[in-house]
Design a protein around this ligand. Structure first.
Ligand SMILES: Nc1ncnc2c1ncn2[C@@H]1O[C@H](COP(=O)(O)OP(=O)(O)OP(=O)(O)O)[C@@H](O)[C@H]1O
Ligand SMILES: [Mg+2]
Length: 149
């Protein structure tokens, strides 16, 4: 991941632009990387995931998992897409055996990642998305967390 230690802020003015941002970011990701997407309903997390997945070489339709917590895709490398919106208790992720994804050789993209912060490995990229108005989103890329807690 070549994003520096600094926080980067990007404004997009369309869903398409957010997807393109994801596509561009994808080339900085390597096996084992984790991307946490944080932001309210409709902020654009899934939109960014679609771009990231496409940039990682996933062909076909990408959407949030509905009845389960995770979708798996195969691009240039495995892509695991979690949507934890419906997760009631972070411990479920361990109980269901999902932790192995976080330490695997794919790229893991996690919507509503704030629900499982204590389970996350030491390093990950955090992306905050904020709705400014109907078509405008503020997207902040934060550096890897250096230490647990
Ligand atoms: N600049 C923008 N970037 C991303 N999405 C945008 C933008 N402008 C408008 N939109 C619209 O906002 C919505 C974002 O939906 P999306 O499903 O990506 O949000 P989400 O954060 O995943 O929400 P949820 O928490 O419900 O899963 C889409 O309908 C999209 O078309
Ligand atoms: Mg979503």
């Amino acid at each position: 991941m070549s994003i520096s230690k600094n926080k980067k802020t990007i404004i997009t003015t369309s869903a398409r632009a957010t997807q393109r941002l994801g596509e561009r970011l994808a080339c900085t990701l390597a096996p084992g990387d984790i991307v946490c997407l944080v932001g309210e309903l409709g902020a654009g997390k899934t939109c960014l995931v679609k771009g990231l997945a496409r940039g990682l070489g996933v062909k076909g339709y990408v959407n949030s998992p509905t009845f389960k917590l995770i979708n798996e895709y195969q691009g240039k490398l495995p892509v695991f897409h979690f949507d934890l919106y419906r997760l009631e208790d972070g411990r479920q992720v361990s109980e269901l055996g999902y932790e192995e994804y976080l330490f695997g050789r794919g790229v893991t993209l996690i919507e509503w990642a704030e629900k499982i912060i204590p389970l996350l490995p030491r390093q990950y990229l955090k992306i905050n998305l904020k709705r400014i108005d109907e078509h405008t989103r503020k997207i902040e890329l934060r550096d890897w967390r250096a230490k647990k807690k």
